[in-house]
Design a protein around this ligand. Structure first.
Ligand SMILES: [Zn+2]
Ligand SMILES: [Zn+2]
Length: 154
């Protein structure tokens, strides 16, 4: 998305629309898929020697759950997007794609969970325990170690 400075009138100009998910550049990330466009609803105004852009940026991502590895959909939104671009005499177009991308990446959950009580994978056979018990005998040592780790993470 580009803002043409000559289009910005007194009092600012609203920009609402969407960019293809390609601007997120997550094609090579095995844990994230971006099936939906990036939507923005922004106000741009020129204040002294800067272009101020603020508003909301959001999209829908599919992320791999940190416990069970299954992909799930999650809405990622930066509702207080705010960037300032210094203007020099030569600038007539300001490209926002890099900052839209950054805004979304910063709002992605660091520890993505498909559900707060995801049961994860069996430490012995690797079955997804959300789909039911795998029949492995519970191992006291394993179970103990994992629950301690879980508590540390939180
Ligand atoms: Zn999960
Ligand atoms: Zn198992």
């Amino acid at each position: 998305m580009q803002i043409n400075l000559s289009h910005i009138q007194e009092g600012g100009r609203a920009y609402e629309g969407e960019e293809p998910a390609g601007i997120l550049d997550v094609e090579n990330d095995p844990f994230v898929r971006a099936p939906a466009p990036v939507r923005y609803d922004l106000l741009a105004e020129v204040v002294s020697q800067e272009l101020l852009v603020q508003g909301r940026v959001e999209t829908e991502l599919q992320m791999a759950c940190s416990r069970c590895g299954e992909f799930f959909s999650t809405r990622v939104c930066d509702s207080s997007f705010l960037r300032a671009y210094e203007l020099t005499g030569e600038v007539s177009l300001v490209d926002l794609d890099g900052d839209l991308r950054e805004a979304i990446l910063l709002k992605m959950p660091l520890f993505a969970l498909c559900s707060p009580d995801c049961r994860g994978l069996c430490s012995q056979c690797g079955s997804n325990l959300n789909r039911g018990s795998c029949g492995c005998a519970p191992s006291a040592t394993d179970g103990g170690a994992w629950s301690v780790l879980d508590e540390l993470k939180w």
